[in-house]
Design a protein around this ligand. Structure first.
Ligand SMILES: [Zn+2]
Ligand SMILES: [Zn+2]
Length: 334
């Protein structure tokens, strides 16, 4: 049976209905019937070939929520009909040092769901069983697509940096990533500060769980936070006054980037003297993904979404490009 998808034939082409024959389901693979698929900024970057690795026709979509449609040979622990999600990664070698240490997201041979293969803007999508994440009953399918890329990307830094409930965390940027980061930080027990260039987002940020709001265009508000934060999670992809944010860290604090600004330029001496560091991370490993959805179930965390029928995928992308999405777009498969 062919897979019915939406593909773009080039960087500037719209998505159009597209069929492809996936061939026999491989050993250890799972076919997922897509019910919802989030749109991530990476889908847009890939469509436009910003990273020089796009193949056309391009079928994006790596925030899949759906049900197991078919199990390949050798797959155990999943059942047909089970609610599952698939994110940025769809396979890894499962035998290298990274995979065996729980860092499957850092596997040199990891496969990305929309790179060199077709993703989840479709009625079905395939992935290696280990990367097919079970969704707890408490989480609605419509809400959880964005968790598997955007959500995991901002959850992972809490795990990697051993963030404690007593820590103070700042989130820079209240957008697709940042709004989920605020929810995680609040549920983690942290004191949460949201930085945004849009003062009109203050009330919403507080509703999401921020205890404090600071206007990142106002240098004095950042200066007033000097020495405050154990982690500053940067969820924007623009250049910041890096030294000023580093000054806002507590000794031992971490400036953690998940937004791909082109360059970070920082004065080294304050890093040395207060043992501060700059780090970054890509999505997260399989166990972290499982823990994240359980954490969301336990704390009723969900992204703020806008839903479009998948047939209106081009309108949804225009909405994303306009910067007006609040905060994550989800396509509902017909
Ligand atoms: Zn993504
Ligand atoms: Zn590996």
């Amino acid at each position: 049976m062919p897979i019915h998808a939406y593909a773009a034939s080039g960087p500037d082409a719209p998505f159009e209905p597209f069929e492809y024959e996936p061939g026999p389901l491989g050993y250890g693979e799972v076919e997922v019937a897509v019910e919802y698929c989030g749109i991530c900024h990476s889908d847009l970057s890939m469509k436009k070939n910003d990273w020089g690795m796009t193949q056309y026709p391009f079928v994006g979509g790596h925030e899949v929520a759906g049900r197991v449609a078919e199990l390949g040979e050798g797959v155990e622990g999943l059942e047909v009909g089970q609610r599952v999600g698939v994110g940025w990664n769809s396979a890894s070698c499962l035998r290298c040092d990274q995979c065996l240490s729980g860092y499957q997201n850092r596997c040199p041979d990891a496969e990305a769901t929309i790179v060199g293969r077709h993703g989840g803007f479709a009625d079905r999508v395939r992935a290696q069983a280990a990367w097919v994440i079970a969704i707890p009953d408490e989480v609605e399918l419509v809400d959880c697509g964005p968790l598997f890329c955007g959500g995991l990307t901002v959850f992972n830094p809490f795990v990697e940096n051993d963030i404690r409930p007593t820590d103070r965390v700042a989130v820079v940027g209240i957008g697709g990533l940042g709004h989920m980061a605020i929810g995680f930080a609040k549920a983690w027990g942290c004191e949460v500060t949201a930085f945004s260039t849009s003062p009109d987002k203050e009330a919403e940020a507080r509703e999401m769980g921020a205890h404090h709001f600071r206007n990142s265009r106002d240098a004095s508000q950042l200066a007033a936070a000097a020495g405050s934060f154990d982690m500053i999670l940067v969820a924007v992809n623009v250049a910041l006054d890096w030294d000023a944010y580093i000054a806002a860290l507590r000794p031992g604090g971490k400036l953690h980037l998940v937004g791909a600004a082109e360059k970070v330029s920082a004065t080294v001496f304050p890093l040395i003297m207060r043992q501060k560091s700059i780090g970054a991370s890509p999505t997260g490993g399989i166990v972290t993904a499982r823990k994240m959805v359980e954490f969301c179930a336990r704390h009723a965390i969900k992204p703020t979404i806008e839903e479009f029928p998948m047939s209106e995928i081009n309108a949804a992308f225009e909405h994303l490009e306009s910067g007006k999405a609040r905060y994550r777009i989800v396509l509902a498969a017909g």
